[in-house]
Ligand binder design. Sequence first.
Ligand code: ATP
Length: 224
Amino acid sequence: MPDGSRTAILLANASAAYGGRTVLSGIDLTVQRGERVALMGRSGAGKSTLIGLIQAQAPEKVALVPQAAALVRTLSVFHNVYMGRLDQRSTLHNLRNLVRPAKADIAAVQGILDRVGLADTLWAKAGELSGGQQQRVSVARALYNGRPILVGDEPVSALDRQQGARVLAEMAASHETLILALHDVALALAQTDRIVVLEAGRIVLDAPAQALDPERLRPFYEAA
Ligand SMILES: Nc1ncnc2c1ncn2[C@@H]1O[C@H](COP(=O)(O)OP(=O)(O)OP(=O)(O)O)[C@@H](O)[C@H]1O
């Protein structure tokens, strides 16, 4: 992909299999820089697998919010968020920060935590937070990482709709492109501009959010 291209992600006839069983096939997906895309579909449709393919295509450009928060439970929230930029700092700086965090880094991490409603948790152990708080620490780590494409696998699933909308807005403010697996239809329609629906490993709908409503998406969630 040439630098300066408007294309953020390009998958052409992509497929994926586990142990010889194909779970994604014929995937054609081009995401332009600046788009906010919701990946939707029933459990098992292939959203997480597709997210893996998307991340593998441009790992240096992707800040990932994985489905399970993947935090180091015994470390502080500060350290878990700081990990988002480990590869952007020297080993010496990182080691020093483990023991005695630099003021500028503390301020930067605190600023991100304020934005996701976690202002008072900086030195709490990540493992002692609620599930919704841990999910926001995972989002904060991606925001701090700052790469242009934020890819999230159900990044607000543990939050109520209002909190979820607020956190999605913070993602949109920090990252040029969003690609998010979401199960909340109302949230997806309100907070993204394109809906891609997967069914049994294939894309069965790819349309602007503005052209859709919950009724149109219902068949993809009703019991098969
Ligand atoms: N590590 C794995 N090994 C074997 N099969 C897997 C593995 N991960 C996923 N699968 C299978 O691949 C298919 C797609 O799974 P995937 O997790 O991508 O779906 P999903 O849409 O993200 O589901 P959910 O919404 O429940 O997370 C499913 O049939 C699942 O059982």
